[in-house]
Design a protein around this ligand. Structure first.
Ligand code: CA
Length: 224
């Protein structure tokens, strides 16, 4: 899942970005409201984390402009402690939720997960396909009775395939949702990761779940 973080304080931004990347999210950071608006207009995000206090265009204004432009991506506002009117203003501007600084990383992760679930219209913390199970809270996968160890990027890829299952996803959708904007889409990394996932998930099992959809991309499903 790919997240846009709009936060002007570099230390805070890199702290949050690192924590989310460790949890398998792809994170792009914008340091100003203007930059945030530009990125949100050109890149597909699964959620936007928006600091309310930004130099220039404020977080509230960014949120208002995104919603006025018809964007439905879930937005989490980061607000200062005690400023109730800021929160109200943020929610009125179209934010889905807010989090008061300072916050615990565990809480941030839980809110982000809840937000993305809502965005996909799914409530399940556990995704299933045949005997494959993905526990999104514990970040664990298992096939049948055996646990499948995944790197954070493999987890992100599998999660994306499962969220869209049984529909196919294109290679560029995978790049857009699983990798952040530093990724060079000319490489064959998607194929490399799909192959690794196949080895871990399908090799010793049937039915094979990860399918190549010719001319399109990949899908994860148990039946033809
Ligand atoms: Ca700030």
């Amino acid at each position: 899942m790919r997240i846009l973080l709009v936060e002007d304080e570099r230390k805070v931004a890199s702290f949050i970005a690192r924590a989310l990347r460790e949890k398998s999210y792809a994170v792009d950071v914008a340091a100003t409201g203007e930059q945030g608006l530009d990125l949100a207009a050109t890149e597909p995000y699964d959620a936007i984390l928006l600091d309310i206090r930004l130099p220039g265009v404020s977080g509230i204004e960014v949120c208002r402009q995104l919603r006025q432009g018809g964007m439905e991506t879930p937005i989490l506002m980061l607000t200062a402690r005690g400023l109730v009117e800021q929160r109200v203003e943020g929610l009125n501007a179209g934010a889905d939720d807010y989090l008061t600084k300072p916050f615990a990383l565990a809480e941030l992760e839980a809110r982000v997960q809840a937000l993305i679930r809502r965005g996909f219209g799914k409530t399940a913390a556990t995704l299933r396909c045949a005997d494959l199970e993905l526990d999104r809270h514990r970040r664990r996968a298992k096939r049948g009775e055996s646990g499948v160890p995944l790197t954070s990027r493999e987890f992100a890829l599998l999660e994306f395939l499962m969220l869209r299952s049984p529909d196919p996803v294109t290679r560029s959708e995978i790049v857009e949702h699983v990798w952040d904007c530093h990724f060079d889409s000319e490489t064959n990394l998607v194929e490399v990761y799909i192959n690794r996932l196949r080895q871990k998930i399908d090799q010793d099992h049937s039915p094979k779940l990860i399918r190549t959809v010719r001319g399109l991309g990949y899908s994860l499903r148990s039946e033809e």
